[in-house]
Each structure stands twice: as C-alpha cells, then as structure tokens.
Ligand binder design. Sequence first.
Ligand code: APR
Length: 252
Amino acid sequence: MLGRKPGIEYKGEDIKKGAKILVQLMKQSANTVVLTGAGMDTESDIPDFRGKNGLWRNMDPRLVASIDSFYENYELFHEFYSARIKLLEDIKPHDGHYILANFERQGIIKSIATQNVSGLHHMAGNKKVYELHGNIKRVKCNQCNHEAELKDFLSKKNCNKCGNLLRPGVVLFGEALPNDVWALAENDINKCDLLIVIGTSLEVYPVNQFPKIANGKTAFLNNEDVSFDHEFDIKIIGKAKEILQELNARVK
Ligand code: APR
C-alpha cells in the first residue's frame, strides 16, 4: 500500500516521505523512464524559461528562438544563441545529473527523454538520452544540414559546403521535433511501468503529452506545482537535486 492517495503533493518536510513512496514505485517498476526539462539544469546555473527568473520572462521566444526569427532577424537570432552557447561553455552536471547516471548504470532507469539542449545528461554519463529538442552545441547549415564547427557559428561564418547560414542543432519554435528521437522516446514511455517527470512546466507541446501516453504510473518532481490535465500518481514539490539525493539515499 502506498499510504497517501495518488496525486497528493509532498513538499517541504514531507519531501522525505514522498521520496520514500516514490522509491517504492521505483523498486516495483521493471522499466522506469525519466523525462526532464530546464528545471533539471538550473542548479548547474543554466536559466530555465518559465520559472521565476526564466528566459521567457524578459524575452519573447518568437523573436529570438523561432524559425521565423532565423529568417527575419538573423542578427538577433545569432546574438541570442551565441550568448546561450557562451553561457554553456564551462557548465558542469550537478549531483542530480550524476545520480541519474548511476540509476542508469544500476538498471534503475532505462532512459532519459529530455527537452534540454545542454548535453548535461550525456556529460554526467547517461548513455540512453533522447534529446527531443536537439543539442545547442551541434551546429549545422540550415539549408543543407552539413555539420559545422561551433566556432564557425559564433564567428558568423556561412556553411562551407553551400554558403547558407549556420544555426544550432536545436528545435526552434515552429519546427517539428526529430522523428527518430521522438519515436524512441515514445516507445520507451509507452512501455514503461513508471515515468518520472523532473523540472518542467509541461507547457510545450508535444513533449507535454508524454505523461498522458505513459501506460505506467507517473511521478512529477518540480519546484512548483503546475496546472496540467493529467493526474500524477505522486507529486514531490522541491528542488530537483535535493529530491534526487533523497531518492538516491533510499533506493539501495
Ligand atoms: N528544481 C525543480 N524544479 C525547477 C528547478 C529546480 N532546481 N528550477 C526550475 N524548476 C521548474 C520551474 O519552476 C518550471 O516549472 O522547472 C520548470 C521549468 O519549466 P520551463 O522553464 O518551462 O522549462 P521546460 O518545461 O523545459 O520548457 C520546455 O520550452 O522554450 C522551450 O525549448 C524550450 O525545451 C524548452 C521547452
């Protein structure tokens, strides 16, 4: 018996109690998948988008992070992404990322589907990571998809194959997600016994549909509750790193 009814939030001093309940679900699950958002990276000093100091609090993403902005105002597009790339230059995974890498090594989780483009899950050692929104450090030509060097994008060089403009290999607003990555993540989430969602506002389609297509139980770990049309089996409201440390302490 899991004790408290599903869908109840555990927060504050109850985080430990919530972690104990979630660890029971993890132990009962033969196939756990994790879905992360920008809240997984803020404790590595990478701003999120819609949290209290989020990037989109001061900027309209359609002006700097959409395919239209790429075509209509490459200067501003380039300035925004260059600044983000420079910010990510010496970022490091935090303890929560390393805990997820250990969970994969111990077979506790099967894979991570992430909306984050920082590459921190790979850096921490996770092997099965589905980068649903791409990776900001992978630069390509917008026209012929030829891979290019990060420094060429930063110095505003054009594609050395076809001469067109370069861009980061991330999904821009107005673009479809990469089919192959989506299919892999969808397959894992469809089959999982437990989906653990960490650090996302669940505002962005289609990734926000994943908790609804998960056949197993679902858990929501976030520093704020979000209004969402899906009843999670358990919610733990707190910082990602702290909650993951509580899980790690009990999962052995
Ligand atoms: N611990 C737990 N939750 C946190 C933490 C933290 N340390 N820091 C922030 N959060 C929460 C925020 O309160 C917010 O609810 O994480 C959530 C992050 O939500 P968003 O900023 O909307 O990020 P995300 O859901 O990943 O955005 C999805 O939107 O702009 C696009 O492409 C971008 O991939 C991004 C997508």
